[in-house]
Design a protein around this ligand. Structure first.
Ligand code: ATP
Length: 315
């Protein structure tokens, strides 16, 4: 069987809660986080290559379109190349009878790049999802490959509402009732995740920020209530002071979202995207519009929570 052209939708994430512990010996920080899939997503299309494998053994080309597509790397540093290469190498080692494809990979972006919303991780997860339909590996092995690719890739593959520990790769499902509506504030410039963590370490060493907050129990109760105001009261991000220190203009964005009627605004993950929880879909549209008018964002749009992070698209 030859590889059929496959398109996969992979959703953005926010961290309703992000507690950051001390740096570990391997350089990663111990996290306690509540991940949530959102409706904005990338679509990744894998098709049999029209030219030779130029990006490793299994990928001929990477192309991109959509939101800030110019900031997406189109060479072997794109996470989709590592995802395809690792997955197919494992299939080659274990199933020599399967004919392996060389791929053209196209990414249509709906998730901002370097925005703290796991955009690259979503693309990598989409590749793993598409390839595991064609040449299945045990689910546990797929999740291990995902974790090797990046701390957020396992969540991008599993999706929904999950408690993440370790680097964020150890996941346990959480209960959440209903749909929550948010406005997202997008910045033109990204923030580099390692630099935000390094800034937090520096601020902690200088005694400038609070101790890690790793207690998600109040948020867990709030998510089950289905009440946006209850969830808003428990949203938290330990990385926020570091992101604000690196990009002070985000303070004005947070203030603009609150003025527009959001229940709560936080920096999403390592930023600089800001996420504003709202009472309703209409309220989220109003906050997005006011954010655009405020001049404090490059763009803003309304999104909502979704129960699944990834899925094949019928073409
Ligand atoms: P996270 O929330 O997982 O920390 P992020 O959303 O802040 O990540 P990404 O959009 O994943 O950041 O991009 C971070 C960097 O990764 C980019 O600046 C880019 O150089 C590189 N990159 C590699 N592959 C991709 C991809 N498929 N899409 C976007 N950026 C990618």
């Amino acid at each position: 069987m030859s590889f059929p052209t496959t398109s996969v939708r992979a959703c953005a994430k926010i961290n309703f809660f992000l507690g950051v512990g001390a740096a570990r010996a391997d350089g990663f920080h111990e996290l306690t986080t509540v991940f949530q899939s959102l409706s904005n997503h990338n679509v990744v299309r894998l098709s049999p290559a029209s030219g030779p494998a130029q990006l490793g053994e299994y990928v001929a080309s990477v192309s991109a379109s959509g939101l800030a597509a110019r900031s997406v790397p189109l060479d072997a540093s794109n996470l989709v190349v590592a995802a395809a290469s690792r997955y197919l190498a494992e299939v080659a080692a274990n199933h020599p009878e399967i004919q392996l494809p060389v791929l053209d990979i196209h990414i249509h972006k709906g998730i901002p790049t370097a925005g703290g919303m796991a955009g690259g991780s979503a693309d990598a997860a989409a590749v793993l999802h598409a390839l595991s339909d064609y040449a299945p590996l045990p689910r546990q092995r797929v999740l291990e490959i995902a974790a090797e690719l990046g701390s957020d890739v396992p969540f991008s593959l599993v999706g929904g509402t999950q408690l993440g520990t370790g680097r964020g790769e150890r996941l346990v499902p959480m209960l959440s009732r209903g749909t929550y509506h948010l406005a997202l504030g997008i910045q033109k410039q990204g923030l580099k995740t390692p630099e935000v963590f390094a800034k937090l370490d520096e601020m902690r060493a200088a005694g400038k920020t609070a101790e890690p907050n790793t207690d998600t129990s109040a948020l867990a109760t709030a998510l089950v209530s289905g009440k946006p105001a209850a969830v808003a009261a428990e949203m938290h991000n330990d990385l926020q002071p570091a992101a604000l220190s690196l990009m002070p203009a985000l303070r004005a964005t947070l203030a603009a979202g609150k003025d527009a009627g959001a229940l709560c605004g936080i920096v999403s993950g390592s930023g600089p995207t800001t996420a504003f929880l709202c009472d309703s879909a209409d309220a989220a549209e109003v906050v997005a519009e006011d954010l655009r008018d405020s001049g404090t964002v490059f763009d803003a749009f309304a999104v909502h929570t979704v129960p699944q992070g990834i899925g094949s698209i019928d073409t």
